[in-house]
Design a protein. Structure first.
Length: 318
C-alpha cells in the first residue's frame, strides 16, 4: 500500500479514489503547510498532492526520497521546481482542460460586473442611497459590439473569445506564436502585438500562463497604452500584472476599472486596491464550481494512481 500526502483536503470524489487502495494523509490545518511541515509529512511518501500556493522547491524534493509523483491540483505548475523533479526521477502532473469553462465564465462575470458597476451599485442600494431612477445614475460601459483583447490564447483564452462572439465583439488576441490564417478565420479572431491590443481594446483579459516572459507583462507603460475607459480582467496568474501599477492606474482613472481574481503575492492583496470602488476583487475562485473542483479532484487522483501502478501520469508535465 503506497503512502500519499495531500497539503490540503480535496473533494471526496478524488479523495475516495485514493483511499480505496492507498494510505492517505491530509494536512489538517486550515492554512497551507509551510516548507518544514511539508518535508515532515512527505519525506517518506510515494505521492505528494499539492496546490498552486505550495512552493515545492529543490529542498523539499530532495528530502522526499521515496517520491514518485508530485500531482498539482491546478493547471499551473510554476510553484514546482521542475528541474529538481526531473533530476530525482519524479513525475509532475497537473489538471488541465476541466477548469477551462469555469474560468472563462468567471472572466466574463468580472468583465460584465465591472462594466455595469454591479458591485458598486449593490453597495449603493444597500446603503439606502437609491431615491429613484435618474438619467445619469451608475452609468457604466457597453459590452455589445465592443473590442476585447485576450492576452494568452490557450484553452481558456479561446473559451473567452467564444463567449465574446455572443456579444458580437471584435476579438484581438496575443500569444507567443500567431495562429494560421485558417485558424484565425475559423475562430473569427485577429492577432495583435501587445501594444496594438492594449491601444485598441475596450476590454482586456489576462488568460496567459506565468513564466519569465509574462512576469509583470502588464505594468506602468502598458496601462498608459490602454484606453481611459478600458476594463482589465485578470483570471490568469497574479504576477502577470504589476499590482502597484494597477493601483496607480485605477487611482488616477487611467482606465475605467478592473476585475481581479489572482494576486501577485497571494493571499496578500495590495492594500490600495482594497480601498477602490473601480475594481472588483475575488479570492481566486476561477475554478470554484462544484462540478469543476470534483473533476479536478478525480483527475489528480487518477494521475497519482497511474504512477503508483508503474505507469505514466495522464496529465504529465515532466
Amino acid at each position: 500500500m503506497a503512502k500519499i500526502f495531500l497539503t490540503r483536503k480535496i473533494p471526496e470524489a478524488g479523495l475516495n479514489l485514493l483511499k480505496s487502495a492507498h494510505d492517505v494523509k491530509v494536512f489538517s490545518d486550515e492554512v497551507n503547510p509551510d516548507k518544514e511541515q511539508i518535508i515532515k509529512n512527505a519525506k517518506k511518501v510515494d505521492a505528494l498532492i499539492t496546490l498552486l500556493s505550495d512552493e515545492i522547491d529543490e529542498e523539499i524534493i530532495n528530502s522526499c526520497k521515496n517520491l514518485k509523483i508530485i500531482a498539482n491540483y491546478a493547471v499551473g505548475y510554476d510553484n514546482i521546481v521542475l528541474d529538481a523533479a526531473r533530476k530525482n526521477g519524479i513525475y509532475v502532473s497537473n489538471t488541465p482542460g476541466v477548469l477551462t469553462e469555469a474560468t472563462a465564465d468567471l472572466t466574463w462575470t468580472l468583465l460584465s460586473a465591472m462594466a455595469r458597476r454591479i458591485v458598486e451599485a449593490d453597495k449603493f442600494l444597500r446603503e439606502l442611497k437609491f431615491d429613484g431612477w435618474a438619467p445619469e445614475l451608475m452609468l457604466g460601459k457597453s459590452i455589445y459590439g465592443q473590442t476585447i483583447g485576450i492576452v494568452g490564447f490557450g484553452r481558456i483564452g479561446r473559451a473567452v473569445a467564444k463567449r465574446a462572439h455572443g456579444f458580437d465583439m471584435k476579438v484581438l488576441y496575443n500569444k507567443r506564436s500567431k495562429l494560421s490564417n485558417k485558424e484565425e478565420e475559423q475562430l473569427n479572431v485577429k492577432y495583435a502585438k501587445l501594444d496594438e491590443l492594449l491601444n485598441n481594446s475596450d476590454y482586456i483579459t489576462i488568460n496567459a500562463s506565468l513564466n519569465e516572459s509574462t512576469h509583470h507583462l502588464i505594468g506602468k507603460n502598458e496601462f498608459q497604452m490602454m484606453k481611459d475607459n478600458a476594463v482589465l480582467v485578470n483570471t490568469g496568474r497574479g504576477p502577470i500584472v504589476d499590482e502597484d501599477a494597477l493601483a496607480d492606474a485605477l487611482i488616477n482613472n487611467q482606465i475605467f476599472g478592473a476585475g481581479i481574481d489572482v494576486y501577485e503575492n497571494e493571499p496578500e492583496v495590495n492594500p490600495e486596491l482594497l480601498k477602490l470602488d473601480n475594481v472588483i476583487l475575488t479570492p481566486h475562485i476561477g475554478t470554484a464550481t462544484t462540478d469543476t473542483r470534483n473533476k479536478m479532484a478525480v483527475m489528480v487522483a487518477k494521475n497519482v494512481i497511474k504512477v503508483l501502478e508503474g505507469k505514466k501520469p495522464i496529465n504529465r508535465v515532466t
